[in-house]
Write a new protein. Structure first.
Lengths: 224, 401
């Protein structure tokens, strides 16, 4: 359960303040499938970064399962990112020198998971996205769709409760984009709270819970 | 994060830019190798000098005519100088407690001739006591005869080289040769000894001191070596000798007594300063190598900004990011240190092999220090880049193109 109340985030660009988020109030129940849409610069990515504990709001409240996390220390937010939150990015963000398997193992390396268990869990996660035959390939040897599937396996390998996807299909053709959406939705069906930021109405429209941001504020909300 | 994973991840990071990593590793290696080579040479020089003094014999006092230590002037200017005579030597032998041997020395150069062969040689006048004092070894025949130092027998003992040059492989014992205008009977041949503190005993003809002084028309001996029975008596014997000779020379203190230790410690100090200066210069190259590492790591952090952002997004803490980059720097510099150590020790071995009698070996403290310092250089110069990485804002880092 995610509860945002009057959440604001302001950047200073040059000498002008930019209000990326203005008084955003939102509630996402556990297992929700939400899409966040809106024009460029409307604050979609900032909202996702705040939800993912990568960014801190300047004011307002963010409660995760009843716990206030907006003012947590860096170390505690690191633990939340490690155990509760998975990220999928438009540009995949795979580490180029590591194999697909190595990339999926990465969160477990920093969590201190034993090597044997790490390997088993990473292979299982790769299997779930249909990439077992590509486990030993480096990102440069994989197609865009395959790279995003590796990133997806990495996002869920720690067993998070929230999956945040920032334009997950933005760099993909329709076919592999559709495959990613199908995988995301199947994970949501498994109980994961899914938040997708997208430009694409065809993708955004599939969500049960649709949020439209304009100039950092919620302009429209439909569902859940 | 487990230590093993940290090392593996850091190694992976280094493999991403092998040329840059290799060059900064080379920098550390050169620094460490030069420290090792220079300290090895310093240690080798020290061992060499100590060895030379040990071969001179132990518990030795060297008595020179003339007073040089207090006035700093030439002795002749300081007042009347009495000759240091064989009688003085005899008086020391009889009158000073704890003296084991007194070996007077007279030196001159004269042509030595046997049959048609001839060469110039140092005529080394002394007594039988020189043999135990200087640890001489006689190859065959015998050393100078014992008995009164004043007896000027016409006998001689040949250095190994003089013997081969004049007699070849033949046995010269019992033969008669000419030294200057006088005839000497050969009674012994010395075993080869080689260079010792700049004096080659293989090219020397040993004769009784009284014969030598007569030959070169000298009244004063060149110096004398006094062997003391125990190390604890050295100072007391030194004072007794000075007092005794002063009495004999009408109250004039006109001799200088040197101890081996004083000479040795002077050499030691010179070598210490030299070694320290050379090592200091070598240490500068290590700090330059450190700056090289810092530069490489800074470039690496800026190239891998997106990766650092990702690591934070998947749950790496700032401390872990710091550790990863510190580990990279430390691995780089330690690997350089180990490589430098290998090269340095190899070079010291080469120097030793190329110069007989001289062994350059790295002192253990230098080896330990090289490894600790090289790891330390990585940590110290890696700290700034690693902190920069750890402090990166993940949102900005991920958005970097």
């Amino acid at each position: 359960m995610i509860e945002l109340e009057r959440l604001s985030r302001t950047y200073v660009v040059g000498d002008r303040p930019v209000h990326a988020l203005r008084d955003v109030t939102l509630a996402l129940p556990g297992g929700d499938y939400a899409s966040v849409m809106g024009p460029s610069g409307s604050g979609k990515s900032t909202l996702l970064n705040v939800l993912g504990c990568l960014d801190r709001p300047d004011s307002g409240s963010y409660r995760l399962d009843g716990r206030e996390v907006a003012r947590l220390s860096e170390a505690e937010r690191t633990l939340l990112r490690r155990h509760r939150i998975g990220f999928v990015f438009q540009t995949f963000h795979l580490v180029p020198r590591l194999t697909a398997l190595g990339n999926v193992e990465l969160p477990m390396v920093f969590a201190g998971v034993e090597r044997g268990e790490r390997d088993a869990r990473a292979r299982k996660a790769l299997d779930a996205v249909g990439l077992t035959p590509r486990a030993e390939h480096r990102p440069e040897q994989l197609s865009g769709g395959e790279r995003q599937r590796v990133a997806l396996a990495r996002a869920v390998v720690m067993g998070p409760s929230i999956l945040l996807a920032d334009e997950p299909t933005g760099n993909l053709d329709t076919a592999s984009g559709g495959e990613i959406v199908r995988l995301l939705e199947s994970m949501n069906a498994g109980g994961l709270t899914l938040v997708v930021v997208t430009h694409d109405p065809a993708i955004g429209g599939r969500a049960r819970h649709r949020v439209r941001l304009v100039d950092g504020a919620v302009a429209e909300e439909a569902g859940p | 994060m487990k230590g093993e994973d940290l090392v593996r991840f850091a190694l992976g990071g280094l493999r991403g830019h092998p040329l840059r990593a290799g060059l900064s590793l080379l920098g550390v290696a050169i620094g460490v190798a030069s420290v090792i080579v220079l300290t090895s040479l310093g240690q080798g020089a020290r061992d060499y000098v100590t060895g030379e003094f040990a071969s001179l014999g132990t518990n030795l006092l060297i008595v020179l005519p003339g007073k040089t230590t207090t006035t700093g002037m030439l002795p002749a200017i300081g007042g009347t100088t009495h000759d240091l005579t064989l009688a003085d030597a005899e008086a020391i032998r009889r009158g000073v407690r704890a003296v084991r041997y007194v070996a007077p020395i007279g030196i001159g150069t004269a042509p030595v001739r046997y049959g048609s062969r001839s060469r110039d040689a140092t005529v080394f006048g002394t007594t039988w006591e020189m043999e135990p004092v200087r640890r001489f070894h006689v190859a065959f025949g015998r050393y100078l005869p014992s008995g009164e130092a004043e007896r000027a027998q016409s006998v001689c003992v040949l250095g190994a080289r003089i013997r081969t040059e004049l007699f070849g492989a033949a046995n010269p014992v019992g033969e008669v040769l000419r030294v200057g205008d006088e005839r000497f009977r050969v009674i012994g041949v010395m075993a080869p000894r080689g260079q010792g503190l700049g004096f080659n005993f293989d090219e020397v003809v040993h004769v009784p001191i009284a014969r030598n002084m007569k030959m070169f028309n000298r009244r004063s001996i060149f110096r004398m070596l006094v062997e003391v029975s125990s190390r604890d008596e050295m100072e007391a014997v030194k004072e007794s000798i000075v007092r005794l000779v002063k009495e004999r020379h009408e109250g004039e203190e006109d001799i200088t007594v040197l101890t081996q230790d004083a000479l040795l410690s002077t050499f030691g100090k010179i070598l210490d300063v030299l070694t320290a200066a050379l090592s200091g210069i070598a240490a500068i190259s290590l700090s330059v190598a450190g700056i090289l590492i810092m530069n490489v790591m800074l470039v690496s952090v800026s190239e891998r900004t997106r990766e650092i952002g990702l690591l934070k997004a998947v749950g790496a803490g700032s401390g872990q990011v710091l550790s990863v980059f510190l580990a990279e720097a430390a691995l780089l510099s330690t690997a350089g240190g180990v490589a430098g150590l290998a090269v340095g020790i190899g070079a010291a071995r080469l120097v030793s092999a190329a110069s007989p009698g001289f062994t350059a070996s790295a002192p253990p403290w230098a080896v330990a220090a090289a490894l600790v310092v090289s790891a330390g250089v990585g940590l110290a110069f890696g700290a700034l880049p690693a902190r920069r990485a750890a402090r990166l804002d993940p949102v900005a880092a991920l958005a970097r193109r």
